[in-house]
Design a protein around this ligand. Structure first.
Ligand SMILES: Nc1nc2c(ncn2[C@@H]2O[C@H](COP(=O)(O)OP(=O)(O)OP(=O)(O)O)[C@@H](O)[C@H]2O)c(=O)[nH]1
Ligand SMILES: [Mg+2]
Length: 192
């Protein structure tokens, strides 16, 4: 079993060419700015400040590599959609992310984070379409599930059905729920 508590920050990379020397399987975390990517890394590893989190969106600008138990890298990607009217996903993808996805044999899983309180936007849909198109393995991870009640969760599930996302592997997660984090840890381990 992987010990997620045994986690260390390795390095920040502006592109894939500068990734860590040592080759390991990689699990990439993507999602809109402020969706909770860095928080999820801290929660999965039981560390308060391994990954930098903020109330101000757009903080993670580089690909941040974290080693988990010498078994794989968790990679924190920059959030998309933080520059209003500015950086769009195409631009972002054509630079850092395309170089990341291209010929990446180490990439075992992508976690696509979606905020439980928000509907899927064009950027989310683009990422999911991209992953489907290139047959990349991914899970949808609905974050901040502690912030929605039963009724809102039902509405969210209806929304996911309408967006034809229910056939995907979906995890409901909260940094406050250790059982949800355990399920996700198991799900990640299964794909490595
Ligand atoms: N209630 C609750 N709040 C959360 C949860 N996950 C993250 N948050 C909060 O959401 C805010 C944004 O979290 P981050 O982890 O910094 O988000 P990010 O996706 O890394 O954002 P960028 O780096 O800007 O792309 C913080 O204030 C977190 O405390 C959760 O499961 N429950
Ligand atoms: Mg972040």
């Amino acid at each position: 079993m992987i010990d997620f508590n045994n986690a260390t920050f390795i390095k920040s990379c502006p592109n894939r060419e500068s990734k860590p020397q040592e080759i390991k399987p990689e699990v990439l975390i993507v999602g809109r700015s402020n969706v909770g990517k860095s928080s999820l890394i801290n929660a999965l590893t039981n560390k308060k400040k391994l990954a930098f989190t903020s109330k101000k969106p757009g903080h993670t600008r580089l690909l941040n590599y974290y080693d988990i138990d010498n078994r794989f890298y968790l990679v924190d990607a920059p959030g998309y959609g933080y520059a209003r009217g500015g950086i769009n996903l195409d631009k972002l993808f054509s630079k850092m992310m395309t170089s990341y996805f291209l010929n990446n044999n180490e990439l075992k899983l992508v976690l696509v984070l979606l905020d439980a309180r928000r509907t899927i936007n064009e950027d989310d849909q683009q990422i999911i379409d991209y992953l489907r198109q290139y047959n990349l393995p991914y899970y949808l991870v609905i974050t901040k599930i502690d912030k929605v009640n039963q009724k809102e969760k039902a509405a969210l599930e209806k929304h996911l059905r309408e967006k034809q996302l229910v056939l995907d592997d979906i995890y409901y997660a909260s940094i406050q729920s250790s059982s949800s984090l355990n399920l996700l840890r198991k799900g990640i381990e299964k794909r490595l």
